[in-house]
Design a protein around this ligand. Structure first.
Ligand code: GDP
Length: 427
């Protein structure tokens, strides 16, 4: 039987999942986004150029792949149209893309509420990207969300929109003291989305259930990472959907037993965006330099352009992140970025109330945790272009193997540059 493989983040997101997905996508028949929305981005560099994908799956660069936006995604229909148009304008062949008829829509008021709520919270805000994600998932589980399929049932849609807008306008007026929304303007928006989504909407559940039966190669593409998971992350500074491979079964609509391989992606150092506890964070010039040198052209948000917070590799958080994902393999990215350092600190434990621990605590305790750092030797030479693990400098291998031992998972893939070919598979 062929595999359903999940590529997911072991940390706070931005681990380089897009690049790893792009590498694996070539051998897939289906690439599926199963959670999250257009609030984060994957950066992919290939022969067409450099792309920041927000909600369309990373398989869109391969003509043979069916790309799917699963029912677990928060769909922003305008952004979907924009993203596809950008691909076409940049000479990528129009991708084979489907949206589940059960996927729900990010509504105009979700984006407004996200913005207004952050304003209301002022200094205590979540650092939201203001894409409407938290209000979207709140409504989905409060059963007042809109599924794509509902766009095509006019009388049902009209009634439902009237009822929901009544509620939303009370909040707009009395909590946020902002202008209310008229039925007509939201209705126009929904009609526009109905046309945009017409070529994409399909019965993904049945499509995928056949694909599993027919032994197709299926790739699940995660957004963000374990530490942003609603349940297991640094709640409440998390995202509002599950970022775990296990949720892939629900968010795509495939049997849980079919997910056979889970590649947890981690980066050779840490970065995080938004507010929240970040134990191994580094500040000042040391952090600024790592940010400048990080990723491909600096560690700045792929969607928001915000500078990312930087930290040393955190073995405690990553071990926990790999366990939460149920990793069967680990990919470490951006090893090349660390080549400039003589010594590389790594966080091997947390000090909590005077005691050292390797267990990742709940958020209330996390705030008191201090990093216990151990310094490893740098390798002092550029490692880009190296194709086999044995050819890496001894200290670079020692760094990878030290992390491997600390996290308790084998690192099977090392990425030493942003391009598709900058990848080393360990035997
Ligand atoms: P994602 O959301 O997990 O896909 O991560 P992002 O795309 O936001 O951030 C990862 C950044 O690192 C992107 O700019 C990638 O092009 C870049 N990248 C990925 N792997 C490597 C690598 O091995 N080395 C370097 N230097 N950059 C990498």
């Amino acid at each position: 039987m062929k595999l359903v493989k999940a590529i997911v983040g072991a940390n706070w997101g931005d681990e380089g999942k897009g690049k790893i997905t792009d590498v694996f996508a070539a051998e897939s028949d289906f690439v599926i986004r199963f959670q999250g929305g257009s609030n984060a981005g994957h950066t992919i560099i290939n022969s067409y150029g450099k792309f920041a994908l927000h909600q369309i799956p990373s398989g869109v660069f391969h003509g043979h792949i069916t790309n799917i936006i699963g029912n677990g995604v928060a769909l922003n229909a305008d952004n979907l149209e924009k993203e596809v148009n950008e691909l076409v304008e940049r000479k990528v062949p129009r991708p084979k893309l489907y949206v589940s008829e059960r996927t729900q829509l990010v509504m105009p008021y979700h984006i407004l509420f996200d913005k207004y709520e952050e304003e209301r919270l002022a200094g205590k805000s979540f650092g939201s990207t203001k894409s409407g994600i938290a209000p979207f998932y709140s409504d989905k589980y409060a059963k007042i969300g809109f599924q794509v399929s509902e766009l095509y049932d006019e009388s049902y849609l009209k009634e439902k929109l009237k009822t929901v807008l009544e509620l939303k306008n009370v909040i707009l007026e009395h909590l946020y003291h902002k202008p209310t929304l008229s039925f007509d303007e939201v209705w126009e928006q929904l009609l526009k989305w109905r046309d945009i989504l017409e070529p994409y909407r399909t019965n993904v559940f049945s499509l995928l259930s056949n694909a599993v039966k027919e032994d197709k190669n299926i790739l699940l593409e995660g957004q963000l990472g374990s530490l942003k998971d609603t349940d297991f992350g640094i709640y409440p500074m998390v995202t509002s959907s599950s970022t775990l491979a296990g949720f892939g079964a629900v968010g795509a609509g495939i049997p849980p037993w079919a997910i056979k391989e889970i590649v947890a992606v981690t980066k050779a150092y840490s970065s995080a965006v938004g507010a929240g506890e970040f134990v191994s964070e580094i500040f000042g010039e040391t952090g600024d330099e790592l940010r400048r040198r990080g990723g491909d052209g600096g560690e700045y948000g792929a969607t928001t352009g915000r500078p990312r917070r930087m930290g040393w590799f955190d073995c405690v958080a990553t071990r926990y992140g790999c366990i939460a994902q149920g990793a069967t393999n680990v990919a470490i990215t951006c090893l090349d970025v660390l080549s400039y350092l003589d010594e590389i600190p790594v966080c091997v434990a947390y000090e909590l109330d005077g005691k050292e621990s390797r267990d990742f605590p709940v958020t209330c305790e996390l705030g008191k945790a201090k990093p216990v750092l151990q310094k490893l030797k740098g390798w002092g030479t550029d490692i880009r272009g190296i194709k086999s693990y044995e050819d890496l400098p001894a200290n670079a291998r020692a760094y990878v193997e030290f992390i491997e031992e600390q996290i308790g998972y084998r690192i099977g893939i090392v990425s030493n540059g942003p391009g598709r070919d900058d990848i080393i598979y360990r035997r």
